[in-house]
Design a protein around this ligand. Sequence first.
Ligand code: NAD
Length: 344
Amino acid sequence: MEVVRLVARVAVNGFGTIGKRVARAVMLQDDMELIGVTKTRPTYEAIIANRDGIPLYTVDEKQQKQFSEQGIKVEGTLQELLTKVDIVVDCTPGGTGEKNKKLYEEAGVKAIFQGGEEHEIAGLSFNAFATYDHAYGKRWARVVSCNTTGLIRTLYPLDRVFGIEDAFAAIIRRGADPAESKGSALNAVEPDLEIPTHHGHDVRTVLPWVNINTMAAKVPTTNMHVHCIRVKLKKTGVTARDVLSLWDQMPRIRFVSGKHGIKTSGQIMEIARDLGRHSGDFAETIVWEDGTGVEDSTLYYYQAVHQESDVIPENIDCIRSMMELERDASRSIRKTDRSLGIIK
Ligand code: NAD
């Protein structure tokens, strides 16, 4: 008997920091096909898309002249692209997805939005550990932001196994992405004066029962975000070793150690490059093994989040769940991680 393999036809709208990584990750999946990506301007990323054989579309017809003047091949408009796909991953700048949703509605396609949009855009915030099942077969979902993804990855297993009484995270945010020329001050630390910051609220869009609050400050680095986290556990007698062995069993959590000379986010990025990770990305949440301690049932730890890449495997699992390509979250996570070289 012939085996019918289901393949999801995927578009990526917005080919910037997140979009180009999602597009590449889709191309690595045997149950997905990248049908095309959109760009608004004929920048070097458009030239790379042409070079790599990624079908390129513009958002509207007017933009096409600019592309052809630069010798960049364009297949059509976003509207045309949407007629050829089952699902679109919207990777446009925060707030743009809200306007795009009407286009997706009219085209009858499913859509995934990113963390720059509000939870209400989809009514479903996605993290592969926690809400894979909720997204199964759904029309809309939003993959939560890089910081929220990082927080959920370590908090979710803690809550499942030991219970969380309450949690607090101080988030040291990178000032800008490496390719950006705007962002934080060059020589200053900028506290986020929204108290508490939105990150805790965002964790609760996925884990509504977890009592977490956050504060944040932007610093002049492009490397990674670093979180200083305190968690009051419900279970008594838990040791740092118990916590570390729990996280060790989880995918997408990786340990580093100051004893091995890994003391900064810059050194973590160097490991990613040494491992030959594409674009020097590190999609796992990185926990300092020797910066993890428990005192009186209160856990303290530091973790680092590579903002440009930690949400990429989540987008792939989200497509797989919404397109009903795999029922089981663990199997999807394993498949995604193998394809992206995220191996423990
Ligand atoms: P980006 O600015 O790097 O990329 C956005 C791309 O969309 C650019 O290529 C831009 O030209 C294009 N664009 C602009 N308007 C468009 C439109 N109307 N239609 C189609 N394309 C359009 O932004 P990014 O950092 O990739 O962020 C995208 C989303 O991902 C945001 O919601 C953001 O909050 C979220 N996110 C970003 C990061 C990060 O650290 N960069 C991490 C996690 C989530």
